[in-house]
Ligand binder design. Structure first.
Ligand SMILES: Cc1cc2nc3c(=O)[nH]c(=O)nc-3n(C[C@H](O)[C@H](O)[C@H](O)COP(=O)(O)OP(=O)(O)OC[C@H]3O[C@@H](n4cnc5c(N)ncnc54)[C@H](O)[C@@H]3O)c2cc1C
Ligand code: FES
Length: 1243
C-alpha cells in the first residue's frame, strides 16, 4: 500500500509496444544485458540519475550503479552503455581511439575508424528530458496540504501508524515504547524480512517536520535526525564550500565516510537518527560523530534533553543509553577549530556497499604552532559489540608531542586496549587488530602532513598516502570483421544484440516467477535440517497445519515413485527420512495459499534430532578420516619418481581455494501444473537441463516421461547450479502438485538458496615440484582434494576434469596427479562454470609461481620456458598444436606492453613503502566438450509458417549466454532470411526430446549444428521453387511450397564426436579441441589495509571465428569477473556446527562495479580457424573464468614486493580468495607482525 508516494517502474518509462526509453535502448544495444535479471535495476538506477542530472559524470554513473549487482556481464558493457549519456564519455576515446578530442586532438587514425565496433552510438535515441514523465501533481498538492491526518493501516499481524506532529509522535512513543520508528526501514525491514521479527505496531514519523529541520549556530549545525544520509551528505558538501577549511574538518571526514556507506539507494532512505540509534557495532557514522564531539537532542513525554555521543552512549550490541520512549530529534555536528584534525577511515571486504570490517573516527587538537596534543579522541567500530573509544590510547597520547615516540607507544597501548579474544564474533581477529594499528598509522601520516603544511614541524614525512585510483578508463574490444564478400544480410560473425535485450531492459522479459498465478495455486517452502549430521527422532507438523493458509505438509511418505535420485553410483534422498547429512538438507515441505503463509508454516514445523558424532566439514577432516567418494583418480606421464633424482631443486607447496556460491540473480524457481487428466504435468522451470527435470519428475511420480513437459523460457543465470539441485527441487515440487492436484510454485529466497544449494568445490592442492636452475620444470607430483559435501553430485567428474587439465599450457615431462572428492557434512557441492578447471589450474599456476620465486626469476619467464611449443602431446597422449596459445601469449605481451609495465611496477615499488603494485600474465588451454560421449549430441526443430516467419527450437536453454541469439544467426545464414523473421520462443521437451545440458561451453557447438542441419534440410526442400522463380521473395517461395504440399517443418540432429577417457590406461580423447587465451592484469595494493584495485586487464583469446563477437566478448568479460570474485573476493563462511553464515549479499560479496578493472580490454585472436565447430568458432562460456586468477597473481606479486621490504623473500602461502584480510596479513608489515607476536604470546 502506498500513501504520498508514486513509484515509477521500468515498465513505466518505456515499452517495446510504444517507445523504449534511451536508457533501456543504450544498455541493451551496448550489450549490457545477458540473462537480463539485473537489467531493470540497472536501467532504473541510471534513469534516476538522469532525472536528477541529465549530464552526469563518469563518477556519478559509477556511484549510481554501485548498489546494483550483475552476475553475468562484468559490468563493462553496462558502464559503456551508460557512459554514452555523459559528456566526457562521448568523446572519440570512449570507444578506444588513441588521440582524444578532449585534449583538442583529432582522431585522425584511419584504421581506428575502420575497426569494427561492438555498437554504433549513432543509432541511439537522444535523451530528451521534456519527454519524461512529470512529477505527479497530486503528490505536490498532498505535500502542501495543511490538514494532515494521522494515517493508520492494519495488516494481518501488523499495524502501521503515521502521525502528523511531534506531539502526536511523542504520545505514541509513550504509549508504545517498543514500537520502532521506521524511517528508511533499512534496519527494521531486513529484520522483518530475513529474521522473521514481528513488530505488531510500527510508527512512521516521516511526516513530522521537526525531524528534518536544519539550523546553523555559532559552533556548528543541528541536523534533523530524520534527514536521509544523502541529504546529510549534500548539506555537508554545501557547507564545506561556504565555510573556512579549518571549520570543516569534521564535515569533510563525514563526507568521506558517507561516500562509502552502503549505496546511493541506501543513503537515499537511511536516516541519520536511524544509523545512530541502530547502534551497529560497525556503524560508519557513530565513530566519527563520537570522535567529533557530536550530541543528540532527544525528546520524550518528559521533555527535551541533549545527550553526548560518546563512549557512554553505546551500551551494548544495538543498544544506546536512549530509553525506548525517546525520539532522537536532531544531531549537533560542531565546527572544527584551527589546529584540529579529524579523519574517518574504514576497511571493508569490498570497496563499496559493504559494512566495514573496522571503521574509525579520529580527532586530534593542537594549540597554535605546537605539536603537543591538547585533545585526542579515537573511536573504532568493528572491534566489539559497540562503537568503542580507545580511551587508554588517547591518554597515552594526550599532552605529548605528536611524534614517532608517542605514536609507537600508542600502537602498543592500542593493541592491548582493543584486544579481541580469538573466538570473537565476526572472526578475522588478527586482521581487525592489525587494522586498528594501520588505520592509526594512516591518521598519523595525515596529521604529520598537516603539521608540516602549517610549518609546525620540519620532519621528513615518510610517505603521503594517496587513495587507490578509481577512475574507469575507456577500454578496447577488438575482433575480426567479417570477410568483405559476406552478404550484408548474413549476421554470422557480426556483433548482434542479445535477442531479448530490449525485453530485459523494459521489464517485459518473463522469468519463471513472472508467470501469472493460476487458480488455486499453492506455494511450497522447504523445511530443512538445522543439524549437520544427526538422526531424525521426530517430525511434528501439527502446529504448522493449524496456521492460516497452510494446506499440507509433504514428506517422503507422499512420494508415489522413486524416493531418491540416482547420482553417479550413489543415491540422494529427496526428503531426509531417518538421518540428515548437512545443515540445509530438505526434511519436508509446507504448502500454503501464499508464500508468507508457507514460510510461517515451515517455521512452525518441529524436528527433533539426535546428533551423530564427529561431523566432517573440512578437507583436512575428510583426509584424516579417509572420507572420500569413489572412485579416486590418478593420472601420470613419464617417470616422476626417477625425474626427482635428477633435478637441481625440489620444492613442496600447497594452496587452498575457497568455494564459490553461484549467486545466479534468479534463484531456483519452478511451477508444476497438473493438467488434470491422464497424469499429465507441465513444468515451468529455470533449469539448464530440461530433459533431466522431465526424467526426475516422471520417476518421482512413477509416470512415463511422455506425461511430463518441461518448459524453459529463459533463466536469470545458472552457471552450473541449475542442473542437479534443480532436479531434486522439481521432484519435490511435483510430489506436492501430484498430492494436491493443484499448481505448485517453489521459488527459493536468496538465503534459502545459498543455504540449501552447494556451489563450487573448495579445493586443497599440494605439490612437489622438481626443477632446474634455468627454470625448466622437470617433474611435478600433485594431490588434489575437493570438498564434495554430503552427496556425490558431480564431484567425481569434477575431480577427473581437474586431472585432465593438469598440464595447462606447460609441457612438463614428468607429471603425476591424484585427486579425491571428499565426503563431508556440508551441502553437496556441484557443477560451477569451469567444472573444476579453475581450481585445478590455480594449483598449477601457483606451483609455477613458486618455482619462479624460489629461483628469484620473473614468473613470466618461467612460464615461457615451460610452455608447449611446436607439435605437442598432452599428458593423456592427445596430439595438438599450441601455435595459437603461443600467439595469444605474444600478442598479450605486446598489447599489454608487459615488459615496460613490469619495469614501471618495479620502479613504483621502490618508491612506495605502503602501496605496492603487482603484475601477472597467465595462460590457459581449455578442453571443450563433454568427455562423456553420449552428451555430445543435440536436436533442433524448425518450422516455417505460411507467412514466411520461422520458429526455431533447439535443445539449448537461454541462460544469458546468448545461445538463442546465436541460433537465430545460424538459422538466418542457412535460410537466407533476416533474423527479424526468426523467433525462438522457449526450450521444451515436447519439441526437442532427449536434450543434453547447456553446459561445458558446448551449447553453440552442439545446438548450432543441429539448427544448421534442420535449416539446410528446409532450404533444400525449397530449392526447386527457388530455381523456378529466382526473383521471387522468401514469402512467395514459402507460400508456393505450402501449396505444393512440401513440408515446412524439419528436425535437425548433431551427432558429436565419440569422446571418451579410459582411466585405467590413463589415455583417451576427452575433448573436441582447445580454447586458448592469455591474460595480463596489474593491481595496486594498499599494504596497510589489503585493499586493492585492478588497474588494467588485457586479454587475448583464441576463440576461432566468433559467431557473435558481442556475445562472446560478453562471456569472456563475465567469466573473468566471476573468476576475479572467486580468487579475490567471495568468501563462504560457516559456523563451527556447519551452518553457512554467508547467506546473502550483505555477507557474501560478489564483484560490483567497483571491482571492474579500471581498464579492461579484450582482443580476439585474428586468423584463427577451428575445423571442429560450427562456422570455425570455439566454445567460450567457461575458459576465461580461470583468467580472473591473473588478478590474484598480480596481488601476490604486490605482496611479494611488500614482503621484500620486510626482509622476506621466496615462496609464501596465499590462499584464495585473497581478500583484503589475507593480502594484508601476507604483506607482513610491522603492524601485522606486532599483532602476530602479541597473539602468539597470549596463546
Ligand atoms: C545494504 C545496506 C548497507 C549498509 N551499509 C552500511 C555501511 O556501510 N555503514 C553503515 O554505517 N551503515 C550501513 N547500513 C546501515 C544503515 O545505514 C542503517 O540501517 C540506517 O542508517 C538506519 O536508518 P533507517 O532510517 O533506515 O532506520 P530504520 O530501519 O527506519 O530504523 C532503525 C532503528 O532506529 C530507530 N530510529 C530511527 N529513527 C529514530 C529516531 N529519530 N529516534 C529514535 N529512534 C529512531 C528505529 O526505532 C529502529 O529501531 C547499511 C544498510 C543496508 C541495508
Ligand atoms: S545480466 Fe546481469 S545478472 Fe544476468
Amino acid at each position: 500500500m502506498l500513501h504520498g508516494a508514486a513509484i515509477t517502474t521500468v515498465e513505466g518509462i518505456g515499452s517495446s509496444k510504444t517507445r523504449i526509453h534511451p536508457v533501456q535502448e543504450r544498455i541493451a544495444k551496448a550489450h549490457g544485458s545477458q540473462c537480463g535479471f539485473c537489467t531493470p535495476g540497472m536501467v532504473m538506477s541510471m534513469y534516476a540519475l538522469l532525472r536528477n542530472k541529465p549530464q552526469p559524470t563518469m563518477d556519478d554513473i559509477t556511484q549510481a550503479l554501485a548498489g546494483n549487482l550483475c552476475r553475468c556481464t562484468g559490468y563493462r558493457p553496462i558502464v559503456d552503455g551508460c557512459r554514452t549519456f555523459c559528456p566526457e564519455g562521448n568523446c572519440c576515446q570512449a570507444n578506444g581511439g588513441a588521440n582524444c578530442c578532449l585534449n583538442g586532438e583529432e582522431n585522425t587514425n584511419e584504421s581506428e575508424h575502420e575497426k569494427p565496433r561492438l555498437f554504433d552510438r549513432e543509432t541511439f535515441l537522444p535523451l530528451d528530458p521534456t519527454q519524461e514523465l512529470i512529477f505527479p501533481p497530486e503528490l505536490i498538492l498532498m505535500a502542501e496540504a495543511s490538514n494532515l491526518q494521522t494515517l493508520t493501516f492494519h495488516g494481518e499481524r501488523m499495524t502501521w501508524v503515521s502521525p502528523t506532529s511531534l506531539e502526536e509522535l511523542v504520545q505514541l512513543k509513550m504509549k508504545h515504547p517498543r514500537a520502532p520508528l521506521v524511517m528508511g526501514n533499512t534496519n527494521i525491514g531486513p529484520d522483518i524480512k530475513f529474521k522473521g521479527v514481528l513488530h505488531p505496531l510500527i510508527i512512521s514519523p516521516i511526516r513530522v517536520k521537526e525531524l528534518f529541520d536544519v539550523s546553523e549556530g555559532p559552533d556548528g549545525v543541528w541536523v534533523g535526525a530524520g534527514s536521509s544520509l544523502s541529504e546529510l551528505h549534500s548539506l555537508l558538501e554545501k557547507m564545506v564550500t561556504q565555510l573556512p577549511e579549518e571549520k570543516t574538518e569534521l564535515f569533510r571526514a563525514m563526507i568521506q565516510q558517507l561516500g562509502n556507506l552502503g549505496s546511493q539507494q541506501i543513503r537515499n532512505v537511511a536516516s541519520l537518527g536511524g544509523n545512530i540509534v541502530s547502534a551497529y557495532p560497525n556503524s560508519d557514522l557513530n565513530p566519527v560523530l563520537a570522535a567529533g564531539n557530536c550530541k543528540v537532542r532527544v525528546i520524550s513525554s518528559e521533555g527535551r534533553r541533549e545527550v553526548p555521543l560518546n563512549q557512554e552512549f553505546f551500551v551494548g550490541f544495538g543498544k544506546t543509553v536512549l530509553k525506548p520512549e525517546d525520539v532522537a530529534l536532531s544531531v549537533f555536528i560542531p565546527f572544527s577549530r584551527k589546529g584540529e584534525f579529524v579523519r574517518a577511515l574504514r576497511q571493508a571486504p569490498r570497496k563499496e556497499v559493504s559494512f566495514a570490517t573496522v571503521t574509525t573516527g579520529m580527532r586530534v587538537y593542537f594549540s597554535e604552532g605546537s605539536r603537543v596534543v591538547q585533545e585526542v579522541s579515537l573511536y573504532f567500530g568493528g572491534m566489539g559489540p559497540t562503537t568503542v573509544s580507545a580511551t587508554r590510547t588517547c591518554k597515552a597520547i594526550m599532552g605529548r608531542p605528536w611524534d614517532e615516540d608517542t605514536l609507537n607507544k600508542a600502537y602498543d597501548v592500542l593493541l592491548e586496549e582493543l584486544a579481541l579474544p580469538p573466538s570473537a564474533p565476526g572472526g578475522k581477529v588478527e586482521f581487525r587488530r592489525a587494522l586498528t594499528l594501520s588505520l592509526l598509522f594512516k591518521f598519523n601520516l595525515d596529521v604529520l602532513q598537516k603539521l608540516k603544511e602549517m610549518n609546525v614541524i620540519k620532519d621528513e614525512i615518510p610517505e603521503k598516502l594517496q587513495p587507490l585510483p578509481k577512475d574507469i578508463q575507456p577500454s578496447l574490444q577488438e575482433f575480426q570483421d567479417v570477410p568483405k564478400d559476406q552478404d550484408d544480410q548474413d549476421p554470422v560473425g557480426r556483433p548482434m544484440m542479445h535477442r531479448s535485450a530490449i525485453s530485459h531492459a523494459t521489464g517485459e522479459a518473463v522469468y519463471c516467477d513472472d508467470i501469472p498465478k493460476t487458480d488455486g495455486e499453492l506455494f511450497l517452502v522447504l523445511v530443512t535440517s538445522s543439524r549437520a549430521h544427526a538422526k531424525i527422532t521426530g517430525l511434528d507438523t501439527s502446529e504448522a497445519l493449524k496456521l492460516p493458509g497452510v494446506v499440507d505438509v509433504i514428506t517422503a511418505n507422499d512420494i508415489p515413485g522413486k524416493k531418491a535420485r540416482p547420482m553417479f553410483g550413489y543415491e540422494q534422498e529427496l526428503f531426509a527420512e531417518d538421518e540428515v547429512f548437512c545443515v540445509g538438507q530438505t526434511v519436508c515441505a509446507v504448502l500454503a495459499d501464499t508464500k508468507t503463509h508457507a514460510k510461517r508454516g515451515a517455521a512452525a514445523v518441529k524436528i527433533t534430532y539426535e546428533d551423530l558424532p564427529d561431523p566432517i566439514f573440512t578437507i583436512e577432516d575428510a583426509i584424516e578420516k579417509s572420507s572420500y567418494y569413489e572412485p579416486q583418480r590418478v593420472i601420470a606421464k613419464g617417470d616422476v619418481t626417477e625425474a626427482f633424482k635428477n633435478v637441481n631443486r625440489v620444492y613442496e607447496g600447497q594452496i587452498r581455494m575457497g568455494g564459490q556460491e553461484h549467486f545466479y540473480m534468479e534463484t531456483q524457481s519452478m511451477l508444476v501444473v497438473p493438467v488434470g487428466e491422464e497424469k499429465e504435468f507441465k513444468v515451468y522451470i529455470s533449469t539448464q537441463w530440461p530433459t533431466l527435470i522431465q526424467e526426475a519428475v516422471a520417476e518421482t511420480l512413477d509416470i512415463q516421461s511422455n506425461r511430463v513437459t518441461c518448459h524453459v523460457k529463459r533463466l536469470g543465470g545458472a552457471f552450473g547450479g541449475k542442473v542437479i539441485v534443480t532436479s531434486v527441487l522439481a521432484s519435490i515440487t511435483s510430489v506436492a502438485a501430484w498430492k494436491t492436484n493443484r499448481a505448485v510454485r517453489c521459488v527459493l529466497e536468496r538465503g534459502e538458496d545459498m543455504l540449501i544449494t552447494g556451489g563450487r568445490h573448495p579445493v586443497l592442492g599440494k605439490y612437489k615440484v622438481g626443477f632446474m636452475n634455468d627454470g625448466r620444470i622437470m617433474a611435478v607430483d600433485y594431490h588434489y582434494y575437493a570438498n564434495g559435501g554430503c552427496f556425490v553430485d558431480e564431484s567425481v567428474l569434477i575431480s577427473e576434469k581437474i586431472l585432465l587439465h593438469l598440464d595447462n599450457a606447460y609441457n612438463i615431462p614428468n607429471l603425476r596427479g591424484h585427486s579425491a572428492a571428499c565426503r563431508t557434512n556440508i551441502p553437496s557441492n556441484t557443477a560451477f562454470r569451469g567444472f573444476g578447471v579453475p581450481q585445478g589450474l590455480l594449483v598449477v599456476e601457483n606451483m609455477v609461481n613458486d618455482v619462479a620465486m624460489a629461483l628469484g626469476r620473473p614468473a613470466d619467464q618461467v612460464r615461457e620456458i615451460n610452455m608447449y611449443k611446436g607439435p605437442s602431446v598432452t599428458h593423456y597422449k592427445v596430439e595438438f598444436s599450441p601455435d595459437n596459445l603461443q600467439r595469444c601469449w605474444e600478442q598479450c605481451k605486446l598489447r599489454s606492453d608487459y615488459g615496460a609495465r613490469r619495469k614501471a611496477v618495479d620502479q613504483f615499488n621502490q618508491q612506495n613503502r605502503w602501496k605496492k603494485r603487482g603484475i601477472s600474465i597467465i595462460p590457459i588451454k581449455y578442453g571443450i566438450a563433454f568427455a562423456e560421449s553420449f552428451l555430445n549430441q543435440a536436436g533442433a526443430l524448425v518450422h516455417i509458417y505460411k507467412d514466411g516467419s520461422v520458429l526455431v527450437t533447439h535443445g539449448g536453454t537461454e541462460l544469458g549466454q546468448g545461445v538463442h541469439t546465436k541460433m537465430q544467426q545460424v538459422a538466418s545464414r542457412e535460410l537466407h532470411v533476416p533474423t527479424s523473421k526468426i523467433f525462438i520462443s522457449e526450450t521444451s521437451t515436447a519439441t526437442v526430446p532427449n536434450t543434453c545440458p547447456s553446459a561445458a561451453s558446448f551449447g553453440t557447438d552442439a545446438n548450432g549444428m543441429a539448427v544448421k542441419d534442420a535449416c539446410e534440410i528446409l532450404y533444400r526442400r525449397l530449392e526447386p521453387i527457388r530455381l523456378k522463380d529466382p526473383k521471387g521473395s522468401w514469402e512467395s517461395w514459402v507460400r508456393e511450397a505450402h501449396l505444393q504440399k512440401i513440408s515446412l517443418s524439419a528436425t535437425g540432429f548433431f551427432r558429436g564426436k565419440d569422446l571418451y577417457f579410459d582411466w585405467d590406461k590413463m589415455e583417451g580423447k576427452p575433448y573436441s579441441y582447445y580454447t586458448f587465451g592469455v591474460c595480463c592484469s596489474e593491481v595496486e595494493l594498499d599494504c596497510l589495509t589489503g585493499d586493492y584495485r585492478t588497474l588494467k586487464t588485457d586479454m587475448v583469446m583464441d576463440i576461432g571465428r566468433s559467431i557473435n563477437p558481442s556475445v562472446d566478448i560478453g562471456q569472456i568479460e563475465g567469466a573473468f569477473t566471476q573468476g576475479l570474485g572467486l580468487y579475490t573476493l567471495e568468501e563462504l563462511q560457516y559456523s563451527p556446527t556447519g551452518m553457512l553464515y554467508s547467506r546473502g549479499p550483505s555477507q557474501y560479496k560478489i564483484p560490483a562495479v567497483c571491482d571492474m578493472p579500471l581498464q579492461f580490454s579484450v582482443y580476439l585472436l585474428p586468423d584463427s580457424y577451428n575445423p571442429h565447430a560450427i562456422y570455425s568458432s570455439k566454445g567460450i562460456g567457461e575458459p576465461t573464468l580461470f583468467l580472473g586468477s591473473s588478478v590474484f597473481f598480480a596481488i601476490k606479486d604486490a605482496v611479494a614486493a611488500a614482503r621484500s621490504d620486510s626482509g622476506l623473500s621466496g615462496p609464501f602461502y596465499l590462499d584464495t580468495p585473497a581478500t583484503p584480510e589475507k593480502a594484508c596479513l601476507a604483506c607482513a608489515s610491522p603492524f601485522t607482525k606486532k599483532v602476530e607476536m602479541r597473539m602468539f604470546h597470549s596463546v
